[in-house]
Design a protein around this ligand. Structure first.
Ligand code: CDT
Length: 301
């Protein structure tokens, strides 16, 4: 067995006025709880350090730069790295990244148990819109503030296995998992901020959204024989509600645990990476069974 004891560390809401230092203190408390429960890898949500700011329209994009991290670790996040190193805890979390040459990405990192950043992923599928949309009940301006990621979907040798990352909307796309699946991924970790109502379809509420979330994560896990760890930022951020649904899916596509609340909390599960082997060697042995001569259209359109 190759056990990774993972902690899916859900964050409750982060209000607009809450600063990074306060959020990092919450993340450290979750890390301590995860350690107590035997975890060696903790996964936090998308944009874990701030409120989900793409809900705010700002004409001048530069005025949003204060939501971005120009350094990682930076002064506010250094304590998180120090704590991870002290506890020997590997981690992954998302943040808004501002590069030295001025690019803006929605980013996640993999940090090993010594505190070294060994992997970086930049969100590929950016949902929402560029301009203010008066037709919507709320704005979702990721396409305004971020560029599509330039990393593709790498996997890394990590914790005795192959680990990859995705971010929120990426989890709804089969290509996300398949590109990692083709590299033998054994655990996909991802964070999300999902409003509990559809801004363009009021009738689609939280139960439908949780259904689509589970459906996507379970299908991705099963069809690629991989663990999927999906972590929410949840609850009401200044009156804007984000659904919970932090969960862990096994390589059979079954949910092995799901948090039943919308607060800060950890869901810990010992994931045996060897459980991916059966699926990868049988029904989803890609080398034997895929018929790529019929898949061309997928990369042409
Ligand atoms: N953060 C993120 O990607 N959220 C989206 C909301 C989609 S509605 C514009 C998601 O897919 O959950």
């Amino acid at each position: 067995a190759r056990i990774v004891t993972v902690a899916a560390a859900q964050l409750g809401p982060i209000q607009k006025a809450e600063n990074r230092a306060s959020v990092v203190a919450r993340m450290i408390r979750l890390m301590e709880e995860a350690k107590t429960k035997g975890a060696n890898f903790i996964v936090y949500p998308e944009m874990a350090l701030t409120t989900f700011f793409p809900r705010f329209y700002e004409e001048d994009r530069a005025k949003m730069d204060h939501w971005f991290e120009a350094a990682m670790p930076g002064p506010d996040t250094q304590p998180l790295f120090d704590k991870a190193k002290a506890l020997g805890m590997a981690m992954s979390f998302g943040y808004a990244e501002l590069t030295p040459d001025g690019h803006h990405f929605n980013t996640s990192i993999l940090v090993d148990k010594t505190g070294a950043i060994i992997g970086k992923y930049r969100k590929t599928h950016l949902p929402g819109h560029v301009e203010f949309d008066p037709e919507r009940t709320h704005q979702h301006l990721e396409k305004r503030y971020f560029e599509p990621g330039d990393t593709g979907f790498p996997v890394w040798r990590f914790l005795d296995g192959l680990v990859g990352m995705a971010i929120c909307n990426d989890r709804r796309w089969p290509e996300t998992y398949r590109v990692m699946g083709l590299q033998g991924v054994e655990m996909v970790v991802l964070g999300f901020n999902t409003p509990s109502v559809n801004s363009q379809r009021g009738a689609e509420g939280i139960e439908d959204r949780l259904f689509h979330h589970r459906l996507s994560c379970q299908a991705g896990a099963y069809q690629n024989a991989t663990w999927v760890v999906a972590v929410a930022k949840a609850g009401s951020e200044d009156g804007n509600h984000l659904m919970g649904g932090t969960l862990i899916v096994d390589p059979n596509g079954k949910i092995v645990g799901e948090l039943p609340h919308e607060e800060d909390g950890v869901l810990v599960h010992p994931c045996d990476l060897d459980e991916t082997v059966f699926g990868k060697e049988t029904i989803f042995d890609f080398k034997r069974h895929r018929r790529i001569e019929h898949y061309k259209l997928i990369t042409e359109r």
